[in-house]
Design a protein around this ligand. Structure first.
Ligand code: HEC
Length: 154
């Protein structure tokens, strides 16, 4: 075999070996009483926007596309999911103490307004996850209203 052939064969073998190491799926079932919508009275339209645009990285269940099971794509997605969840988890939101709830709500509104969330690398593929200006306003208005009422009742 020529050198180029050997290098190519090597690359193919490494790629195939990578497929043997699969991260486990983010699928922890029903969140129950710690869910975001248990903490607040979330209108259906707001709940649907958050679910469609944020839950793949900020909840205990991700809807995976087929290519998530091809490495190194899956590892890369897995790192977004574990970092995203550790910062903000809608399925555990109601278990957060009040101070943390408030600070997470504030940073949600900020990140939506600054258009840094959902991550751009995600909306390139999941186009429908990108929030329109109307959706941004709808969600941030609701978040700000919720922050006000939490602060009043503190
Ligand atoms: C593709 C994965 C992904 C999606 C989708 C996504 N996020 Fe994130 N998010 C992350 C990651 C990773 C981090 C942690 C790194 C960072 O802060 O940028 C994060 C961090 C955050 C933080 C910071 C938490 C803090 O304590 O300051 C907020 C708030 C947030 N995201 C809100 C949202 C909202 C709201 C949406 C939906 C509109 C969303 N994200 C969609 C991956 C995602």
């Amino acid at each position: 075999m020529k050198t180029r052939g050997k290098v190519l064969a090597g690359i193919v073998i490494v790629f195939l070996l990578l497929q043997l190491i699969q991260p486990s799926d983010n699928d922890m079932g029903n969140p129950g009483h710690t869910e975001f919508k248990v903490a607040f009275n979330v209108p259906d339209n707001i709940g649907m926007i958050l679910r469609a645009s944020c839950f793949d990285c900020h909840s205990n269940s991700t809807v995976y596309p087929w290519y998530a099971h091809i490495q190194p794509m899956g590892w890369w997605m897995n790192s977004h999911i574990s970092n995203g969840k550790s910062e903000l988890n809608f399925d555990e939101f109601n278990a957060y103490p009040l101070r943390r709830k408030l600070s997470k709500l504030k940073s949600m509104a900020e990140r939506i307004e600054e258009e840094v969330m959902p991550l751009q690398s995600y909306t390139i593929i999941h186009r429908s996850a990108k929030l329109s200006n109307d959706e941004q306003k709808l969600v941030t208005d609701w978040i700000n209203k919720t922050i006000d009422s939490l602060e009043k009742n503190k």
